[in-house]
Design a protein. Structure first.
Length: 282
């Protein structure tokens, strides 16, 4: 029995003696997901007969204890398009962070279902795009520059700034204190742990790119991410490797990545138009 109001302690004790679990003072925010999970319908009064379709059902019900707290874990039937998770942390801030991560993951999954497209994750899309833009900026024609109304130097400055922004985004994914590299053939991001020996061969130092699509090969060359002096012969059309494991790839949602890129470009244009920059001193 789940109730939004307070259940009298004597009634609650009686129901427990009858092996009926009672949860009262349920928040309004939990009512909608509870209805979706159980199929039950809310009732406003016990003075009228309760229709059978108002009762819900679940596959299982578990009482989970973490320290002094007790959680009621409802496991829905296979026919229900919902699931339930138990999130726990020692601090309230940690629980809120876990909730935010789960909500973000749910949002991305909904977008993927709505638009089933994905791009390579792990920063490989950003580094490949940065390498491609840098390569194209070197091959821009005089007619294109005249159409854009800028000089070759101005075009190169804008392209380099855009590439540095993409590479900075990819570098922020390194959380182990390692060094970021990019290969000159595919433009993918590679990471080397700080504990790796300096005399190790390059092909032995790398196990695979960040997204998992390519493995280290003898014919690959690497440069430090952000190095503009390196000569990169980027392949415009990526070929599927011989050893290909789709289930091991790190992917990002196409719509989320595209929206983030569009917002970043629009924000940059707005800052340039306003000619004012707010700097975070923290």
């Amino acid at each position: 029995v789940v109730c939004q109001k307070v259940v009298h302690p004597m009634l609650k004790q009686y129901l427990r003696e009858q092996q009926v679990i009672v949860e009262d003072r349920l928040g309004v925010a939990l009512m909608k997901p509870l209805i979706q999970l159980t199929g039950a319908q809310s009732i406003s009064s016990y003075y009228h007969p309760i229709p059978p379709d108002c009762y819900g059902n679940v596959k299982n019900l578990c009482v989970v204890k973490f320290g002094s707290k007790r959680f009621l874990h409802l496991i829905p039937n296979e026919s229900k398009p919902v699931c339930s998770l138990v999130l726990c942390n020692r601090t309230e801030a940690g629980v809120n962070e876990l909730k935010l991560v789960c909500q973000s993951a749910e949002c991305v999954m909904r977008l993927v279902i709505k638009e089933p497209l994905a791009v390579l994750g792990g920063g490989c899309t950003e580094t490949h795009l940065a390498t491609y833009v840098g390569h194209q900026s070197q091959c821009v024609t005089d007619d294109k520059l005249a159409e854009l109304g800028c000089s070759r130097i101005e075009h190169r400055i804008v392209a380099d700034s855009f590439c540095r922004s993409l590479e900075s985004t990819a570098s922020s994914l390194e959380h182990d204190g390692g060094e970021n590299f990019v290969d000159t053939k595919y433009g993918h991001r590679w990471s080397v742990l700080p504990s790796a020996p300096l005399h190790t061969d390059w092909s032995e130092a790398f196990s695979g790119c960040a997204c998992g699509l390519y493995k280290a090969q003898q014919n690959l060359n690497w440069t430090v991410l952000g190095d503009r002096t390196a000569n990169r012969s980027l392949e415009m059309y990526l070929k599927k490797p011989s050893e290909y494991f789709p289930d091991r790839l790190a992917l990002d949602s196409y719509s989320v990545k595209l929206n983030a890129l569009q917002v970043a470009v629009e924000t940059a244009n707005l800052v340039v138009d306003l000619q004012y920059v707010i700097q975070d001193q923290n």
